[in-house]
Design a protein around this ligand. Structure first.
Ligand code: SAH
Ligand code: DHB
Ligand code: MG
Length: 222
């Protein structure tokens, strides 16, 4: 068995045993694939981690940057109370359309808003609307803009907000000196976290069905 096959088998073992997958999530993945969206959503066990972290945080307001087919969105929405709210930002209208259908089927059309546009255009609008700060923010859109997304996340946060950034390893690309703007975007973001006094941050590597990648977690403390 190759290393990747072992990682996939282990993910399948956890997911089957713990029941981190279900019909609604399967249908969301199936329709995303059938609509030609790239297969880059979080894995079922990673999605459940997002849900658990939002529940631990007691999140009532969640922001997501990078919706794709709404797969991680559904996991996060499951953590919300009935009067909770999740805003998710997506550049591609087709992705947003698929996501809205998946989110509606999951029963969250009332709590989740998909906003279409480049996040660097929709984030200032969101900020100008002046709603309450977000309790949890999941950053998962274009990697080159992560430094800007971290800045906006801090602006839309409060003390106690948990910021999670996906794909901070990118199969090792992030430490490759020859890697392009995506890796550079992640490295700049990690350097910002390192010198940012308003957060307490860490990062973890993950292996699994999605290969070698990782999450950064930053708790806003000041
Ligand atoms: N969070 C999703 C995966 C997101 S994939 C999940 O785990 O299920 C990244 C998404 O970010 C893609 O749908 C892509 O279209 C979107 N994206 C890329 N550039 C963007 C931008 N500038 N603004 C908003 N979304 C963007
Ligand atoms: C890519 C993007 C993601 O958000 C992800 O989780 C995995 C891969 C990518 O663009 O390659
Ligand atoms: Mg991702």
């Amino acid at each position: 068995m190759s290393q990747q096959q072992q990682w996939t088998a282990m993910d399948r073992y956890f997911t089957d045993l713990l029941g981190t997958d279900d019909k609604v999530l399967e249908a969301a993945r199936r329709d995303s694939d059938a609509s030609g969206l790239p297969p880059i959503a979080v894995a079922p066990n990673q999605g459940r981690l997002l849900q658990l972290l939002a529940q631990v945080r007691g999140a009532r307001r969640i922001l997501e940057i990078g919706t794709l087919g709404g797969y991680s969105t559904i996991h996060l929405a499951r953590a919300l109370p009935a009067d909770g709210r999740l805003v998710t930002l997506e550049y591609a209208p087709r992705h947003a359309e698929v996501a809205r259908a998946n989110i509606a089927r999951a029963g969250f059309a009332d709590r989740v808003e998909v906003r279409v546009g480049a996040a660097l255009d929709t984030l200032p609008v969101l900020a100008a609307e002046g709603g309450d700060p977000y309790d949890m923010i999941f950053v998962d859109a274009d990697k080159d803009n992560y430094p800007h997304y971290l800045e906006w996340s801090l602006r839309l946060a409060r003390i106690g907000t948990l910021i999670i950034l996906d794909n901070v390893v990118l199969g090792g690309e992030v430490l490759d000196p020859a890697a392009g703007p995506r890796a550079q975007g992640i490295r700049s973001t990690m350097e910002m976290l390192a010198r940012e006094p308003r957060v307490s941050a860490t990062a973890l590597q993950t292996v699994g069905d999605k290969g070698w990648d990782g999450f950064a977690l930053a708790l806003v403390i000041g």
